[in-house]
Every structure is written in structure tokens, then in C-alpha cells.
Design a binder for this molecule. Structure first.
Ligand code: NAD
Length: 401
């Protein structure tokens, strides 16, 4: 029987444990205290019961999976593991310490992986002797349900370990996507624009919350950006944006939006706080911020180009000019980021599309959007945006050439 060692048994560690245990792996669970591990085991058992009730797993299989999960009180027990997944708090010095210990405890051929969302795998691995077996394994929340795992490769990672990690991800019923070590990896980096553009548009008073969400939902996105921000947490999303912006040395296209900072600071955090972009006290959530729209500020040429772009999308509702413009802006930026990632060799074309569809439930990958709209039209729209709003909209060379 193969065993996975999981360090950090919070939200992600518990979901990762479920994924491995139900695929036949022994799971060693470790956290800073026995009590935290015991609590996590309770959460895991409850989740298995819920899955049993829903008929997603047979009771005897759930029992067998639970029996394969073993609490551990020291990291030294991880010498028995065949792979380790670290899912502790997002803190570089804590993660570095854990990897330095694991590097000594675990035999040299054992892959050591981190589930970090925003830290560089290279910096976590720096200082370890076995950098060739250290990689990212980025699961999505809820980890036992989401199919995508970004396997993050540094320049030091060995080809054998990379292959082994992809196999393990498939064996636990998930889809591995290979990405290089870049801030936010593929999904969090590309998806930034799904939040940032609508936030800028709202701040510029060019459209309202419900109006913008409606535009995206009409174009096949399962949830508009503001509904999604409220679900994820306005504060949590803001921290990711800030971290990616810092790591890109203040690249203008990743600049966070002050409106979001103000909301996070004043406790308008979304569903968990009862109020964010929407108010959750009534039966149907209603937009919490009213804005006076300034439609006249959108130039005629931008409106015309946006109209042509939205005509290429499969849209179910009637959209007004601001709605067409925000869709064109956001989708163009998603497409641009995908091209920039290809330019930099971060991930392959198909991997980017698959990652975005599995990681965000977007109706199409950014490169599929690019194919249906046409690269020329996107590049032209971005150039026009750049003339009006500046370098944040600089098209990638792959788009503009
Ligand atoms: P969490 O706060 O729910 O759990 C973190 C756990 O780590 C806690 O139980 C804590 O006690 C434990 N911990 C802290 N220091 C430790 C140490 N020195 N040794 C052992 N355990 C320690 O956090 P989470 O949401 O599960 O996130 C964990 C990691 O996964 C982070 O790196 C985060 O960026 C990443 N991630 C989170 C999500 C998400 O949506 N929550 C999604 C993808 C990736």
C-alpha cells in the first residue's frame, strides 16, 4: 500500500486527504497539535458520511477509506510516506522550515510537494539539498471535488518526479496540468482579469453590479464576477490580487482596485459577512452599492469594437453598450494573459484552456475564446484600450504580430 503524508490538515489538507484515501492510499496526517488533527479527522469522516448519503460512495468503501487515514504526531513519521503534500498556512518561512525538515526525513527519491496558491516553489525549495524532487501540487477548493491539480515545475525538478506526480494526480481521479513556477500559476494568474476588469469598470462608474453580472451570465459564465467575489470572499480575493501584483513588480495590468480594498477593510466581505457587493438579508440578494452610471464616457470606437466582439460570443440575453464593453474588456484581457503565458513558456495552449475550464468553470478556455473572436479583433481592441487607458492593455507579441 502506498502512503501520502499530508502536513497541515485545514480546509485543503482535509480535502486532499479524502481524495487520496478514497483512491486506495494510506494517509498520514500531521498538524501542529493532536487536537487539530483529531478535529480534521472528524471533518473528513462527516464528509465521507455526506458523500455516502448522496450515493457518491458505497458505505463499505467510505469505511475502508476512513480506516486508511492515520493521525501522526511528528513529521519524523513521514519517512514511511511515498509522497508528501504540504498544505500549511500560506507563510513562506513556515513552509521553508517544513521542507528543510522533510528534505532530511524523507528518502531522496520521494516527491515533496506544496499546495501553495501564491508563493514561489523555487523559494520554498531554496536551501533544500533535494531540489530535484520538490514541486507544486496546487489543488482547488474543495479539493476532494475539484478535478484540477496544477503540477508546478521549477528549473530543478527532475523529469522522473514530474512524470510520477502526473501519474499520481491521474490515479486519484484528477487532471494534472503542467505549469512553470509563475505568480498565481495558470489559473489564479489568468483569472485575475475576470475580477480586476469588472472592478475597474464599477469604480469608473461605467456599469452597475447586477448589470455587469448579468452580462457575464448571459455569455455562459456560471456566475458573474461580483457574485463570485462575494462567494470566494472579497478579502481573500483581494489578498491574492495584491500578492500577484507585488510579485509582478507592480505590472499595471495586475494593479488591484481601491474599491475592493475599501470593502475588505470595512468588513464588506461577501456572503460570509452577510454583505459584500450584494446584500444577503432578503430572499434574493440585491446589489449593495448603487452607482450613478456614466455611459457617455465610453467612446464610440470602443463601443463599436466591443459590439463586434460580443457578436462573436454566444449570448443569451439583450446587452446594452456598457455590458458589451465590459465583456469585451474582460475577455480580451483573459485572452491576452493566456498569450503572454504561452509567450513566456509557462504552459502549453491546451493546458491553459483546460486549466481555466476545470479551475474556474468558464464556458470556454481563453484560447478557445480567441479562436471564436479572432486574434486580430482582440489585438485591435486592446490597442484602442491602451491608447485610452494606458499600458495595462498592452497586447502580447503573440497577439499583436
Ligand atoms: P487552513 O488555515 O485551513 O489550514 C492550514 C493548516 O496548517 C492549519 O490546520 C494549521 O494549524 C496548519 N499549520 C500551520 N503551521 C503548521 C506547521 N508548522 N506544521 C503543521 N501544520 C501547520 O488553510 P488552507 O485554506 O487549507 O490553505 C493551506 C494551503 O493551501 C495554503 O498554502 C493555501 O495558499 C493553499 N490553498 C488554499 C486554497 C483555499 O481555497 N483555501 C486553495 C488552494 C490552495
Amino acid at each position: 500500500m502506498r502512503a501520502v503524508g499530508i502536513v497541515g490538515t485545514g480546509t485543503m489538507g482535509a480535502g486532499i486527504a479524502i481524495s487520496f484515501a478514497r483512491s486506495g492510499w494510506d494517509v498520514l496526517l500531521y498538524d501542529i497539535s493532536k487536537e487539530i488533527v483529531a478535529h480534521s479527522l472528524e471533518v473528513i469522516v462527516k464528509e465521507f458520511h455526506r458523500e455516502t448519503e448522496k450515493g457518491r460512495i458505497k458505505p463499505e468503501d467510505a469505511q475502508a477509506a476512513i480506516a486508511r487515514i492515520h493521525p501522526r504526531t511528528g513529521l519524523s513519521d513521514f519517512s514511511e510516506a511515498h509522497i508528501v503534500v504540504e498544505a500549511v498556512t500560506e507563510n513562506l518561512s513556515v513552509k521553508k522550515q517544513i521542507f528543510a525538515s522533510l528534505d532530511v526525513i524523507c528518502p531522496p527519491q520521494i516527491p515533496l510537494t506544496s499546495n501553495t496558491s501564491s508563493l514561489s516553489i523555487g523559494s520554498i525549495a531554496n536551501g533544500c539539498a533535494g531540489r530535484d524532487r520538490i514541486a507544486g501540487m496546487h489543488f482547488f477548493n474543495p479539493a476532494h471535488k475539484m478535478k484540477l491539480v496544477e503540477v508546478v515545475k521549477t528549473d530543478f525538478l527532475s523529469e522522473d518526479v514530474l512524470q510520477e506526480l502526473s501519474q499520481i494526480v491521474r490515479q486519484i481521479g484528477k487532471t494534472p496540468i503542467l505549469t512553470r513556477d509563475t505568480p498565481g500559476f495558470v489559473v489564479n494568474r489568468c483569472a485575475r482579469h475576470f475580477y480586476l476588469e469588472p472592478l475597474r469598470f464599477l469604480s469608473e462608474r461605467l456599469g452597475g453590479i447586477e448589470e455587469i453580472d448579468f452580462a457575464f451570465e448571459s455569455a455562459g459564465f456560471p456566475m458573474g464576477p461580483f457574485r463570485l467575489l462575494d462567494l470566494v470572499g472579497v478579502d481573500v480575493n483581494f489578498l491574492v490580487s495584491k500578492s500577484i501584483y507585488e510579485q509582478f513588480f507592480h505590472e499595471p495590468r495586475f494593479r488591484p482596485v481601491i474599491l475592493q480594498q475599501k470593502m475588505a477593510e470595512s468588513g464588506l466581505l461577501g456572503r460570509k459577512a452577510g454583505k459584500g457587493f450584494y446584500n444577503y438579508d432578503g430572499k434574493t440578494p440585491k446589489a449593495a452599492l448603487k452607482i450613478e452610471r456614466r455611459e457617455a464616457m465610453i467612446s464610440e470606437s470602443l463601443s463599436e469594437m466591443a459590439h463586434k466582439i460580443s457578436a462573436k460570443l454566444e449570448i443569451t440575453g439583450q446587452l446594452n453598450v456598457p455590458q458589451q464593453v465590459i465583456l469585451a474588456r474582460t475577455i480580451s484581457m483573459l485572452i491576452n494573459e493566456a498569450h503572454l503565458m504561452m509567450e513566456e513558456g509557462i504552459a502549453a495552449r491546451d493546458s491553459i484552456d483546460l486549466a481555466m475550464k476545470l479551475g474556474t468553470n468558464f464556458p470556454k478556455g481563453p484560447l478557445e475564446f480567441s479562436d471564436s473572436i479572432g486574434k486580430y479583433m482582440i489585438a485591435e481592441f486592446l490597442q484602442a484600450m491602451r491608447r485610452t487607458y494606458g499600458d495595462a492593455y498592452r497586447p502580447s507579441l503573440l497577439l499583436s504580430q
